[in-house]
Every structure is written in C-alpha cells, then in structure tokens.
Design a protein around this ligand. Structure first.
Ligand code: LLP
Length: 406
C-alpha cells in the first residue's frame, strides 16, 4: 500500500509519516480534511522529466493544482507553467515564472486572456481559425498551432482530447490554413501542439499521434522550431494500476521527433499526483443493508473524481497503520447525496470515530476540482519536508463563503 503514497511515506510506531511528519501532528495542527504534499516527491518527478528530456521545455499543467508554492518549487527545478485561463496565468506570474516558460492554452480564450498572454510574453497555442486574428490584434507574437491527430486515447471519455469530434484543436486541413494565416498576420509560428488525453497508461496512441503530427509537417515541408507533445502520463491510484515510468514514456515520444526540434512537455498529474495525500477524520461508522459505512469529514467537495470519472482510490487507516484489515468498509463523504462515496469497498481494520484515514494519489485534480457544495469550505494544503510542514493553502471558512452573499 505504501507504494501508492509519496516517496517519503513511512509507517513508524503504527502511524503514517510523510516527509518525516506524523499525520496526527498534521491533523492536529492544520485540521482535516487536509491535503499533504511531499516536497521530495514533487522534486523527484520534476527531475525525472528534466533528465529524460534535457533539451525540452517542461511546463507544469497548472490545472492539476494551481498553487503558488508548488509552482515556485517546480520553477526551482527548471519547470515552467502550462496555463489555460487568466486565473492560472495569474498563479504562474505570482510564482515568478517568466513568460518564456509559460504556454497559454484554451479552446475559447477571451480577448482579455489573449492580451494578458501577450503581455506576459507567453507562447500561445492557437486552437481555432478565428483565433489567428484575435491573437494578432491582442499583440500576441509567438504561437503554436494545436493539431487534432484523430486518435482515441485509452482513458475515461471525459479526458480524451485527440479524437475526431473533440472540442480541442484543428484538423490537419484547418491547422494548415491556420499556420498560413498566422504567418500572413506576422505571427511567429514556432511549431505545433498535440495533447492526446489524461491519465494515460499506454504509449501506443501517443506514438501514433506523433507519427500523424510528423506526417502533417512533411506535407507542409516544414521543420518547426518546437513540437509540444502535451501531458497525459497517468499515475497509480490502486495497487492494480500499472503505468510507464517517466523515462520510458518520454523516451518513446522523443524518439519519434524529427532531429533539431525543441520539445515541450506539459505534465500535470504525473508531477504532483502521487506527491499528495488527503487526510480525513473518521466520524460515523454504521451498518446499512449489509454494507458498513465509515463516514469522513470531506467527500465530493474536496475530491469529485469518483463521481466525475468513476475514479477508484485506496485508503490506509493512518493512525493504526500496522493493524491487519478485519473487514470491508464503504468510505462515504458528508454530503447530502447517496453518490458521495469516495471508496466503494476499502479493506481496513475496523475504523473508529476519530481515526485518521489517508487517501494516497490525491495531489492532482482533487482540490483543483473542489467545490463548496453544501456550504462546506475547501480544505487546506501543506507541504512537508525534513520533519517540517508549511501551510501552502489556507483552509477556507464559512465566513468567507458568506462574503459573496448580497
Ligand atoms: N496539456 C493540456 C493541453 C491539457 O489539456 C492537460 C490536461 C495537460 C497538459 C495536463 O495533463 P496531465 O499530465 O495532467 O494528464 N480533471 C481530470 C483531468 C483533466 C485533464 C485536463 N487537461 C481528472 O481528474 O482526471
């Protein structure tokens, strides 16, 4: 089970520790639910990407968890930011990330967003025929053109992005016209972009996509300066999951690129997913129709991935981590919906009110997708390293929620 947790996770005297900090100390000091990020894991993943692709620009898919401290930490490792809204751009700028390390995406960028991207000096990924003029008028200089390679990623349908019929990118014919028009408008077309999908566990579709991208370039007789290969490498959520290593994944893609082209990589989940663990406090434990429920003090407001993608998680009873499982428990959230179930069947020692439950692989697209459903304020996040914990996102309060009311 510890293999799903961050690299620094240990069990000491029956209790889970992350970055050398016992989870009970974290829960007492910062409250629960709490998302705990392991600094060493984030740095190690960033280094794995930089080592696998020394000549590439690696940009963090900020959408996985927009957080200034994490962006700064990644910047220290030479990683920039992939942003897709004004808000994400603001996070990247607040972290001090320079414009030439920012890639700006989006299938429907506003004039304001294009202007902000231009002002920051970011590389803008054109996603629609109408965007050429809009970008030129907003003062954008450097662009990529997003190609839809027409491949079906093997992942949840909601996070496939390269198939025919997707809202993202341009068909080869449309992309060709956009390249020509962008050049006419005096934009510096640095290259092409593709992104096959997210939580990918096989490389085949991505390799096929790069082959199609190469074919597109050959037809145009064009060797661009840059090819952006997007993100997408998956992580393990359960012990059954298998994923390629960063080195194998990146190596297989880079092999397909024409010589002399600078790659861009946009990993999100694989940089921060395993680094994050969510701590919950167990409350009510009860039986209903043959199922034993253990309810936690969070749920679909801090992690809606089970509801959105049928995502599966595992859990560890973190304060009694050495006890053997005695039963199967359904981990339910505190929200007013039957579907607010985080884990359908977790094998655990009998949970008791007050126990801490740790859910690994929750560093990406959890808090980022969070809501304040049922008037539940969003949790805090901390970064742990060398026995110390630092608050990197404050817990929201009910008073703050009320401030939006008129
Ligand atoms: N680049 C582009 C253009 C993207 O659209 C994405 C993710 C990434 C990079 C980063 O992909 P990653 O390496 O994280 O797979 N909320 C969903 C995932 C949505 C992904 C959106 N785009 C989930 O929880 O599974």
């Amino acid at each position: 089970m510890l293999e799903l947790f961050p690299k620094s996770a240990r069990v000491e005297a029956g209790e889970l520790t992350i970055g050398g900090v016992p989870v009970s100390r974290l829960a007492d000091e910062f409250g629960t639910p709490l998302v705990v990020y392991d600094e060493a894991s984030v740095r190690a993943q960033a280094r794995a990407y930089r080592e696998a692709a020394p000549d590439a620009l690696v940009v963090y898919g900020t959408k996985a968890f927009a957080n200034v401290a994490i962006l700064r930490l990644l910047a220290e490792e030479g990683v920039g930011a992939d942003v897709s809204t004004l808000g994400e751009l603001a996070f990247a700028r607040a972290a001090g990330i320079a414009g030439d390390a920012i890639v700006f995406h989006g299938n429907n960028k506003s004039v304001e967003e294009l202007r902000a991207a231009a002002e920051a000096g970011a590389l803008v990924v054109l996603d629609a025929p109408s965007e050429v003029d809009a970008a030129a008028e907003a003062g954008v200089r450097r662009v990529l053109v997003r190609l839809t390679p027409g491949v079906e990623a093997v992942t949840h349908a909601a996070i496939r992005t390269a198939h025919e019929g997707t809202k993202f990118g341009l068909s080869p014919e449309a992309a060709r016209a956009v390249v020509e028009r962008a050049r006419e408008r005096g934009l510096d077309v640095e290259g092409v972009h593709m992104h096959v999908g997210s939580q990918l566990t096989r490389i085949e579709e991505s390799v096929l996509a790069v082959e199609r991208l190469r074919h597109f370039l050959e037809e145009l007789d064009w060797t661009p300066q840059t090819i952006d290969l997007g993100g997408g490498l998956g992580i393990r959520y359960t012990r059954e999951d298998e994923v390629p290593s960063v080195a194998d994944w990146v190596g297989a893609l880079l092999r397909e690129l024409p010589a002399g082209v600078r790659p861009i990589l946009e990993p999100g989940r694989s940089l921060v997913g395993r680094a994050g663990v969510t701590l919950y406090r167990v409350g009510v434990v009860k039986e209903s129709g043959g199922v034993t429920y253990a309810a936690i003090d969070g749920g679909m407001s801090d992690n809606p991935r089970p509801q959105l993608y049928g995502a599966r998680y595992e859990a560890l009873l973190a304060t009694r981590a050495e006890e053997l499982p005695t039963g199967v428990y359904r981990i339910a959230g505190k929200h007013c919906e039957t579907g607010d179930v985080l884990i359908d069947a977790a094998e655990l020692p009998e949970p008791r009110p007050g126990d801490l439950l740790a859910v690994p692989a929750t560093g990406a697209y959890t808090l980022a997708l969070g809501s304040t459903y049922n008037g539940v304020p969003r949790p805090a996040a901390v970064l742990v390293a060398d026995g110390e914990a630092r608050l990197i996102r404050r817990r929201e309060s009910v008073d703050e929620l009320l401030r939006f009311e008129t």
